[in-house]
Design a protein around this ligand. Sequence first.
Ligand SMILES: Nc1ncnc2c1ncn2[C@@H]1O[C@H](COP(=O)(O)OP(=O)(O)OC[C@H]2O[C@@H]([n+]3cccc(C(=O)O)c3)[C@H](O)[C@@H]2O)[C@@H](O)[C@H]1O
Ligand SMILES: Nc1ncnc2c1ncn2[C@@H]1O[C@H](COP(=O)(O)OP(=O)(O)OP(=O)(O)O)[C@@H](O)[C@H]1O
Ligand SMILES: NC(=O)CC[C@H](N)C(=O)O
Length: 554
Amino acid sequence: MADKLRIALAQLNPTVGALSKNVEKGKAAIDEAVAAGANILMFPELFPTGYFPEDLLFKPQFVKKAMEAAKDLAAHGRDKDISLLIPSIWVDNFQLYNAVLLAEDGNIIDWRAKHDLPNDDVFYEKRYFTPGNLPGPFNIQNVRIGVPICEDIWRKDVVECLAETGAELLLCPNGSPYWRNKHDLRMNVVVERVVESGLPLLYLNQIGGQDELVFDGASFGINADRSLAFIGKSFEEELIIIDWHRGDEGWVCDTDKAEPLASTDGATWRACVLGLRDYLHKNHFQKVVLGLSGGIDSAVVAAIAVDAVGAENVHCIMLPYKYTSEDSLKDAKDCAEMLGVRYDVVAIGDAVEAANDALAPLFEGLKPGLAEENLQSRMRGTYLMGVSNKLGSMLITTGNKSEMAVGYATIYGDMNGGFNPIKDLYKMQVYHLADWRNHNMPKNCLGPEGRVIPQNIIDKAPSAELRPDQKDQDSLPPYPVLDAILEGFVEGEKSFDEIVGEGHDPEVVAKVQKLLYIAEYKRRQAAPGPKLTQKAFGLGRKYPITNGFRDEGN
Ligand SMILES: Nc1ncnc2c1ncn2[C@@H]1O[C@H](COP(=O)(O)OP(=O)(O)OC[C@H]2O[C@@H]([n+]3cccc(C(=O)O)c3)[C@H](O)[C@@H]2O)[C@@H](O)[C@H]1O
Ligand SMILES: Nc1ncnc2c1ncn2[C@@H]1O[C@H](COP(=O)(O)OP(=O)(O)OP(=O)(O)O)[C@@H](O)[C@H]1O
Ligand SMILES: NC(=O)CC[C@H](N)C(=O)O
């Protein structure tokens, strides 16, 4: 019976659906693990397909090829002295499972299926998979190793069963998307399972962006005595190699590895950066274009873009109209210079006047208002999409969570764009992160150190500049109040009475609730953006567009 184990954890960044590319990445990890003398190598959840393949799983051809990909990866272990744990889809007796395969010497010799299928928030696993039976441990190199798959550790039953059936060590592959401070939650869950079972647990997560999800890595292990065994890098690929020995009280970690965890602000920023970078690169774009208005939102989006793909791949365009202030022109230019990006100025006046003239006969007798204001935004959106088409850069859009919540953005105007890096940041968080980035240089970011956003952009009152002297606060409550009410409704699903009970004006609360509900149609047509909170608009929050419900209190 082995008394020592060298375990390799492949904290990798797969691309959903890119079966051959993922398998090649996996084979390189096998070679590296073998060279490092590892006895066991484990991959993250559903590695050959990437997490999560969604309705690709309804395509028999995809399922067939995904199983072939898993077998191909397993075959790479032939004539190599290493046991592979490959989490993959698996079909058995006409049922589809979210499984983990044990492969030795090129052959799949055993497998287990995920028992607890997550079906809340952004997960829809019951739509696709049959739940596995409660599993027993694998016998790997004469050590009994339990492999609960991701959600299997978020409830008690699977680990309890593994412990009762003789597991000595737990290895858990995950596809666990980031949200703010989720790492603490994962640690708590793992410690609970360790305390209940008395077994050490190694937690492996993937990294990378997949549409609206970002995976943050930071894989870790907890010893049986609840102490932290090791922690890997955040938001970076890494082959983590950890030595274990069998002591009198069971398996103990011998490797001293404690990568620093990103701070809450640092992790939020890096999730936006990685989410954007992977969305672009995995969809074969190198460059982005955006409208830089001299306001806070586009300045922060430009800084995130530069950190994601480098200044040489970010094109900022100021599109002034007669309401654009001198301050905005200066602030936009200063910001572009600080970031080192290409900056152009393209006036929209002639086009806006031409459109107004063309529509004038239809609008005769009507007062100018919202239609004329939104036309400016739409003209900018049209110009920017023209640049995107011609120069091959993706247009990125800049609406923050407060604006997306209340519909304070012009549909088919400034909402144009393929991806929105700040979609899940409330306005006050956008300000906070602008200041944070001016004072911090996050890891793996390609932008300059030091100030990247002019102080005047942070200090001045926000304005859409669609009419003379317009300020956001003419139409909306002050952002600290708006954000607090929205957090109540969106993150907390609180009642009208609860929010009013927190000291907010009932009329304002009612207005925000109404705006929130009637803007659902805009959100359905909005670009995706990285999920940073437990309740992000998009994948995990499903509200009807046609919705007659209003909570008016008791
Ligand atoms: N349920 C529904 N399903 C489908 N379509 C629906 C709809 N309800 C309205 N609509 C349509 O949507 C249109 C109204 O939407 P839209 O044209 O966007 O216009 P709207 O939401 O009325 O106005 C945009 C607001 O955003 C502000 N804004 C604009 C640009 C930038 C910023 C900023 O600070 O970032 C702020 C602007 O000052 C204004 O208050 C209507 O003409 C109506 O036809
Ligand atoms: N003059 C402009 N030049 C270029 N882009 C603009 C201009 N005005 C608005 N935009 C684009 O439209 C988006 C919405 O901008 P707007 O100024 O209306 O409100 P905002 O949400 O406060 O954004 P920001 O803080 O970036 O100004 C901007 O982020 C920017 O991408
Ligand atoms: N893929 C999964 O099973 C993930 C579920 C788990 N609750 C998590 O967020 O980490």
